[in-house]
Write a protein that binds this ligand. Structure first.
Ligand code: BGC
Ligand code: MG
Length: 541
């Protein structure tokens, strides 16, 4: 297997040719039969990722946590939650990744901690405690209400009143996720140490949660009301409670000083040749660009535009264009995603059942040939769609707080179907923490691995071709079709095409042969005269 050289040190930009994969750890593989995925489970399924052609494994938070937001509420930034295993399990996973030429990145959650973190316990204990300023506390407004009009991503206001000390604490998510105070230099120093801790254990970098939000307006001014509360604004976070959309998020997120934090982290990360990948949830390219424009900021930031488009050529072209424009202007790079643990699954966004599945498998061709680093979300390689989660089984705090089951993130978080056995090869327990969803044998990795036409086999062929082409990193991406249902772009020596229309179409400008096609029978055909079928993708050259 040709892999990234694990021995390379120094800022080598090893991620540039890579393909990444998000492991939502609770639902990937459960090694100890408690119904919750864990680190040893990830290790046991690592060859699935190696065989798929993955270079970077991003694992969602593994730290001790009361799990109000399933680990995005961290109670100890340098520990490992018992439910996920031990520090030794993490060390084994790091080694196992490196042995396979893969890299492991952790999920860093610096915007907020858990309310059970020692820092917050101290902070809350009295106004004079040295940890008080680790968090953002304010007096009531003159009318006795909260200090400003900010709201939580998860519904309701972003402030909770503490009776004991007579002030409010800020939380852009749950009250159990108090926002850290990034204008306090001690907080900044605490995180330097956390980064160093994990780099010393061999971790290859971090995905940075809510990377655009750490710093708040110094005066904590109220946000203006949104002019278009029903449409999406410039800042989103996957599925959000509808109250989030009532405000323009000008003072609570995307403050210029957040870039100082990344400048500082960049110096630390570069000493370890480690990757900083920001979840910069800004859907306007110019705002996103600032995070990756320079040589001293994040190495990569996710581009979430394509997550908000259906099977619509104009919308897809526009969202890819915006990302391509940012990528071309940036010194650093973009991470391209079609899904995550925060959104409906891409197959369900693009159509019903088998139709959505075929479209998702086709769209991934455009994703992996876009300029940057593609990240697959677990289960996409199986073409999984959203299952139905009965309301009484809901786990997502958004659903619990809002009763908005239509928006629950649980649909993207159900356990991976590995084998057509009870527990789906995910767990030996009769039940998992979240229902399995209605998965049939054909959804499982084992059955798909044996079927050359399955989504899994198709993803493997596509990623193998991407790897074989190598050197795509510097190659520009340029459309060869201006409009219409065929999305076709040249990238380096090949043309990648996706047909969103209802009839077969020729791919302009293509020469050579069909190197990859979602309809395998076309592979090896001459590009000249080739017609790409409806809902199909091909790579020609
Ligand atoms: C994560 C979510 C989480 C939120 C708060 C997001 O970026 O992806 O799953 O709920 O941050 O930490
Ligand atoms: Mg377990």
């Amino acid at each position: 297997m040709s892999r990234l050289a694990p021995e390379a040190r120094g800022p080598s930009r090893w991620w540039e040719p890579a393909v990444g994969y998000e492991v939502y750890i609770r639902s990937f593989a459960d090694s100890d039969g408690d119904g919750v995925g864990d680190l040893a489970g990830v290790l046991s399924r690592l060859d699935h990722l190696a065989d798929l052609g993955i270079d970077i494994v991003w694992v969602t938070p593994i730290y001790p946590s009361p799990m109000h937001d399933h680990g995005y509420d961290v109670a100890d930034y340098t520990g490992v939650a018992e439910v996920f295993g031990t520090t030794a399990d993490l060390d084994s996973l790091v080694s196992a990744c490196h042995e396979r030429g893969m890299r492991l990145i952790l999920d860093l959650v610096p915007n907020h901690s858990s309310s059970e973190h020692e820092w917050f316990r101290r902070s809350r204990s009295s106004r004079d405690d040295p940890y008080r300023d680790h968090y953002i506390w304010r007096d009531s407004a003159p009318d006795g209400g909260p200090p400003n009009n900010w709201v939580s991503h998860f519904g309701g206001r972003a402030w909770t009143y503490d009776e004991a000390t007579g002030q409010w604490w800020l939380h852009l998510f749950l009250p159990e996720q108090p926002d850290l105070n990034w204008s306090n230099p001690t907080v900044v120093e605490e995180f330097d140490g956390i980064l160093e801790h994990w780099f010393a254990r061999g971790v290859d970098g971090f995905r940075i949660d809510v990377a655009h939000a750490l710093v708040k307006d110094a005066q904590l001014r109220s946000n203006p009301l949104s002019a278009r509360p029903t449409e999406r604004g410039g800042v989103e976070m996957g599925q959000v409670a509808s109250t989030w959309e009532t405000l323009e998020h000008v003072h609570d997120t995307d403050q210029p000083a957040v870039l100082d934090v990344y400048r500082r982290w960049r110096a630390i990360a570069d000493r370890h040749d480690a990757l900083l990948l920001g979840e910069v949830y800004l859907l306007e390219g110019d705002r996103l660009l600032r995070y990756v424009a320079a040589d001293d900021g994040l190495h990569l930031a996710f581009w979430f535009g394509p997550l908000y488009v259906g099977w619509d050529a104009t919308g897809l072209r526009r969202s890819f264009d915006e990302g391509v424009r940012v990528a071309a202007a940036a010194r650093a790079g973009l991470g391209w995603v079609l899904g995550s643990h925060d959104r409906n699954r891409v197959a369900s966004r693009l159509g019903e059942g088998a139709v959505g599945r075929s479209r998702a498998v086709a769209l991934v061709a455009l994703q992996v040939f876009a300029p940057g680093v593609p990240f697959l979300y677990q289960g996409e390689e199986l073409g999984l769609g959203d299952p139905v989660i009965p309301p009484e089984a809901a786990q997502d705090p958004i659903a619990a707080r809002q009763g908005e089951h239509a928006r629950t993130r649980d649909v993207a978080r159900t356990p991976m179907p590995w084998t057509p056995a009870p527990g789906l090869g995910f767990t030996a327990a009769g039940e998992a923490w979240l229902p399995f969803g209605d998965r049939g044998p054909g959804d499982t990795a084992e059955v798909q691995a044996a079927d050359p036409d399955s989504p899994l086999s198709t993803y493997r062929r596509l990623l193998a071709l991407r790897r074989a082409l190598g050197g795509l990193a510097g190659a520009p991406f340029a459309w060869v079709t201006e409009d219409g249902p065929l999305l076709a772009a040249r990238r380096g020596d090949v043309v990648v095409a996706v047909n969103t229309g209802e009839s077969p179409m020729a791919v302009p400008g293509a020469t050579g042969e069909v190197r990859f096609c979602t309809d395998r029978s076309c592979e090896g055909d001459a590009a000249e005269g080739f017609e790409l079928g409806s809902d199909q993708a091909a790579v020609l050259g």
